[in-house]
Ligand binder design. Structure first.
Ligand SMILES: *[C@@H]1O[C@H](CO)[C@@H](O)[C@H](O)[C@H]1NC(C)=O
Ligand SMILES: *[C@@H]1O[C@H](CO)[C@@H](O)[C@H](O)[C@H]1NC(C)=O
Ligand SMILES: *[C@@H]1O[C@H](CO)[C@@H](O)[C@H](O)[C@H]1NC(C)=O
Ligand SMILES: *[C@@H]1O[C@H](CO)[C@@H](O)[C@H](O)[C@H]1NC(C)=O
Ligand SMILES: *[C@@H]1O[C@H](CO)[C@@H](O)[C@H](O)[C@H]1NC(C)=O
Ligand SMILES: *[C@@H]1O[C@H](CO)[C@@H](O)[C@H](O)[C@H]1NC(C)=O
Ligand SMILES: *[C@@H]1O[C@H](CO)[C@@H](O)[C@H](O)[C@H]1NC(C)=O
Ligand SMILES: *[C@@H]1O[C@H](CO)[C@@H](O)[C@H](O)[C@H]1NC(C)=O
Length: 832
């Protein structure tokens, strides 16, 4: 009665559970032990436990617990966090001497650590993810994994504060993607009933605020109010206090995790798109996590990866950086010699940064020149800054933590320049332009060099793949083929990735040319793919079979170790945003997209999406519709790009969605309220984009005094009887428009951005409306848009849904796209 994973093939990753659920055991007892590829599966089939190797290059094994039914292995608990097993065949988890123990050979690696028990014990994996060690006869629990959480707070777990010992239990992040041992970030409850997140057990960088018994929320987490998925409760008596939560509907798979990023994250599993949706996290900005990029590392909330080293410095440990642990920070490429001369030591100016913490202020008022010479004269001075307002110097002689890149138009009013001491030889050469550019080159170079180590480890895999795919083609199910490229070929084709076409959350795109048929290609270099080789290939082949005149064609791919690239047809007119949002110079005025063209782009995009939603074998939800992902061919024919990436990118997808600036404006409210995502989420984003096609500007424009939010204005005009609909039009079109088409476009856009998914039309209906086949009624005012405006446009996460119906979970029933499309489209047709 054991599920043996003899065949760890992707087959099992893709179609887990149902095939082999019948033969699972959930109990380790005196005569049943766990070793090799055996696993325990909880009685309801929710959780599974056994040996696993985290990441892709690690050869360490751990006893872990994960969701049995999910296609992505998501580990929620690890027994031997800091004592890995190197050979799982000679290791065993068993009951021994009144404990559950993990042995490798004769060596004891982990134990439940109980002292006295004479009667026989058993360990049962329960369906809520709790591993409970009980007395075989009395069934009284002696130890349970819920009392020893790792980085994941499952529903039902209590993170306690013990009032007698004044000790807190802790949730601790992993060290890096391949090492579950306790990292630097931890979450704990304090005496004042507030949870706080600490760095290295000492420095607090976030707190929930105290529990408010009246409103049943933590004071600083007001968004708990608009929850209707969880049952929150806080308990306190003379001996202990704790907070816990449960999920009302057990079909909802949800977890709270203290992530490697140092953020606490609430995620829910979206079964139709097969990914974890991150819908709440704190601190909301990555760079608010204390010392995230380590000493001298520069954090930037608007880029991926978030950390980089300044020019002239390199990651202290490239391997750690590759595994997403940036805490060791950066070191100078050339160590400083303690010397006084300007010829050997120079200062690298870093403009537009938030100054690091813990400066030492030098007494007396001094000008910039004096600050510099003071620092130069003192060998322990690492960096300095001059505060203009008070005419003082700040100097740093130890760690330089929390250096943060600010936007050029930053509102923090802090435009002090930070000067970093560098060896003259590491200074950017006079010829090289802005420091930003050369830094990027350094980072890319560093990353390439650094990944060599990792590459060495996976070289065997790569070699075998190259041999296996000599023929360089995979046959798709429809008989056509997808080319398999080697990294070298793509390197040549793109002239070593020299011509960058764009960059997004998932990687940069480069222009290239193929010699064989002298055609142009666009090569997307994916970053942060967490998928295994086979799963990646399967997904890519699936994407390759999806073809439509309004979808960018995938021609092939490359997969060598962690080098994952996709090869697409090249679209000579670039992406829609570059045509819509250009600054109006005289030169560009000529190339303004005319109304007819805009309408055709809107229609073509709608057709492409309708095809993805309705006509592919499985409904594909794009998840990331925005002008950057609409590409224009030589005739300005629109083609939707980047579809299928959600599944391909996997676990980090929604993180990227919610952290990248600009993208949030296109996200439907359901992304952040934690309910299921359907194709209607794309409809919402499409509606947002349609408004931008009309106005020729970003929906949200932040001028110094206020936020202008176009959809709100548009909705108001559309809903006013004699509203001047022409006033919504891009002024560059000088009124040249088909007024009927403009009306139709504005109305349909307004329907698309309704809060209730059921009120939004299906993409196929949008097509019909734009074609003029279907009439469109005046839309209702989208409520959350109103809230968005009242909240300054930036606080999407705080959007309170004012209507009662949105709160009511009975009305919020999620429709699986396939089964519900008929019911929801009926509903919409009534409205439309
Ligand atoms: C093994 O364990 C099962 C259930 O605990 C028990 O019924 C059985 O008698 C045990 N067999 C031996 C050989 O101890
Ligand atoms: C462990 O055992 C499996 C089969 O039981 C075998 O295929 C594998 O090679 C073994 N691994 C090691 C490291 O011996
Ligand atoms: C964390 O704190 C310990 C002392 O509590 C110290 O030894 C260690 O260096 C600190 N780690 C970092 C990364 O600063
Ligand atoms: C919510 O949780 C509390 C404590 O666990 C429990 O007493 C209560 O019945 C739950 N409420 C609902 C509606 O499930
Ligand atoms: C800075 O101050 C020093 C001494 O106080 C003075 O000699 C120097 O001229 C000043 N430099 C500038 C640019 O004001
Ligand atoms: C050099 O800088 C350190 C740290 O700021 C300071 O403690 C020390 O007094 C300085 N030495 C001199 C000679 O100014
Ligand atoms: C920022 O710098 C500019 C020019 O360097 C200056 O005019 C402005 O006053 C500075 N702003 C602040 C808040 O220091
Ligand atoms: C959770 O369950 C509710 C009620 O069945 C459903 O409406 C919602 O979409 C589910 N959420 C997720 C993320 O699956």
């Amino acid at each position: 009665m054991v599920s043996f994973f003899f065949t760890l093939s992707s087959f099992f990753f893709f179609f887990p559970l149902s095939i082999h659920v019948s033969s699972a055991v959930d109990t380790i007892s005196a005569n049943f032990t766990l070793s090799c590829d055996q696993t325990l599966v909880s009685s309801g089939g929710t959780f599974e436990m056994g040996f696993f190797a985290p990441g892709t290059t690690s050869s360490n094994f751990y006893i872990g617990m994960w969701y049995h039914q999910l296609s992505q292995q998501t580990v929620v608990w690890v027994a031997n966090r800091d004592k890995p097993v190197s050979d799982k065949n000679t290791s065993v988890l068993k009951i021994s001497n009144g404990n559950l123990v993990l042995l490798e050979g004769e060596t004891l690696l982990w134990s439940t650590g109980l002292t006295s028990s004479s009667s026989p014990l058993k360990a049962v994996l329960l369906d809520d993810g709790n591993l409970v060690l009980t007395d075989e006869y009395s069934n009284s629990a002696l130890w349970q994994s819920f009392d020893h959480p790792g980085d994941t707070w499952l529903p039902g777990v209590k993170i306690r504060f013990d009032k007698r010992t004044k000790k807190s239990q802790r949730l601790t992040s992993w060290k890096n993607v391949e090492d579950p041992s306790p990292g630097l970030f931890s979450l704990e409850l304090d005496e004042s009933t507030a949870y706080k997140i600490l760095w290295n057990g000492t420095t607090q960088y976030w707190t929930s605020g105290a529990w408010n018994g009246q409103s049943k929320i933590f004071d600083l987490v007001p968004e708990m109010r608009r929850n209707y998925i969880y049952n929150f409760s806080f308990f306190s008596d003379a001996t202990e206090s704790y907070f816990t939560y449960t999920v009302y509907n057990h079909a909802n798979v949800s977890r709270l995790t203290l992530d490697l990023s140092g953020q606490i994250k609430q995620l829910s599993w979206l079964d139709n798109v097969k990914l974890w949706n991150l819908f709440w996290s704190q601190p909301r900005q990555q760079c608010k996590v204390y010392a995230y990029c380590g000493s001298f590392g520069i954090c930037n909330d608007e880029s991926q990866p978030f950390c980089r080293c300044p020019h002239g410095l390199r990651p202290k440990s490239q391997r750690d950086w590759d595994l997403q642990d940036y805490s060791a920070g950066c070191v100078r490429k050339t160590e400083l010699q303690c010397s006084r001369g300007d010829d050997v030591i120079q200062f690298l100016p870093l403009p537009n940064v938030k100054l690091p913490d813990k400066s030492e202020e030098v007494s007396g008022t001094k000008n910039l020149t004096v600050c510099r010479s003071d620092c130069l004269r003192n060998c322990s001075c690492e960096a300095y800054a001059h505060v203009e307002s008070s005419n003082r110097c700040l100097v740093w002689s130890k760690d330089v933590l929390n250096l943060r890149q600010l936007e050029e138009d930053n509102s923090e009013g802090n435009n002090n320049t930070f000067y970093l001491r560098l060896s003259a030889s590491d200074m950017p050469s006079a010829g090289s332009s802005s420091s930003g550019k050369s830094n990027k080159a350094v980072i890319v170079g560093g990353a390439v060099l650094g990944s060599l180590g990792v590459i060495a480890l996976v070289i065997l895999v790569v070699v075998s793949l190259i041999l296996r795919y000599r023929r360089r083609q995979v046959t798709k199910s429809d008989g056509s083929t997808l080319a398999v490229f080697s990294y070298r070929e793509l390197q040549n084709a793109t002239k070593n990735f020299s011509e960058k076409l764009g960059g997004g959350g998932f990687g940069s795109v480069f222009k290239g040319g193929l010699q064989e048929d002298s055609s142009d290609i666009a090569v997307k270099r994916l970053e942060g793919i967490s998928q295994g080789e086979k799963q990646f290939r399967t997904e890519v082949v699936t994407i390759g079979t999806i073809q439509h005149v309004n979808l960018v064609r995938l021609r092939g791919f490359c997969s060598e170790g962690n080098k994952k690239l996709l090869v697409y047809d090249y679209m000579s007119n670039g992406s829609l945003d570059s045509h819509l949002f250009t600054n109006q110079t005289a030169e560009e005025k000529k190339t303004v997209l005319g109304w007819k063209l805009r309408y055709q782009i809107a229609l073509g995009t709608a057709r492409g999406l309708a095809y993805l939603h309705d006509e592919c074998r499985d409904c594909i939800i794009h998840c990331d519709i925005k002008p950057e992902n609409i590409l224009l061919d030589s005739e300005f024919g629109p083609k939707v790009g980047d579809f299928g990436l959600a599944k391909l990118v996997g676990r980090d997808f929604s993180r990227v969605l919610t952290t990248m600036r600009g993208t949030r404006g296109y996200l439907a409210p359901e992304w952040i309220s934690g309910v299921a995502i359907t194709a209607k989420a794309d409809v919402y984003s499409y509606g947002m984009m349609l408004f931008e096609l009309v106005s020729g500007r970003r929906n949200t424009e932040q001028s110094s005094e206020r936020v202008r939010f176009f959809p709100c204005l548009a909705a108001t005009v559309v809903l006013t009887e004699d509203g001047d609909i022409r006033s919504l039009l891009d002024p560059r079109l000088e009124g040249e428009v088909d007024i009927e088409e403009l009306k139709r476009a504005c109305k349909v856009a307004c329907w698309c951005i309704q809060d209730e998914e059921g009120h939004r039309p299906a993409m196929s209906q949008v097509v019909q409306i734009l074609e003029g086949v279907l009439e469109v009624n005046p839309p209702p005012f989208p409520r959350s848009i109103q809230a968005l405006v009242e909240n300054d446009g930036s606080m999407v996460f705080f959007t309170e849904f004012s209507s009662s119906s949105t709160h009511d979970s009975s009305q919020k029933q999620s429709h699986s796209p396939s089964s519900s499309s008929s019911s929801s489209s009926k509903k919409t047709t009534e409205n439309v």
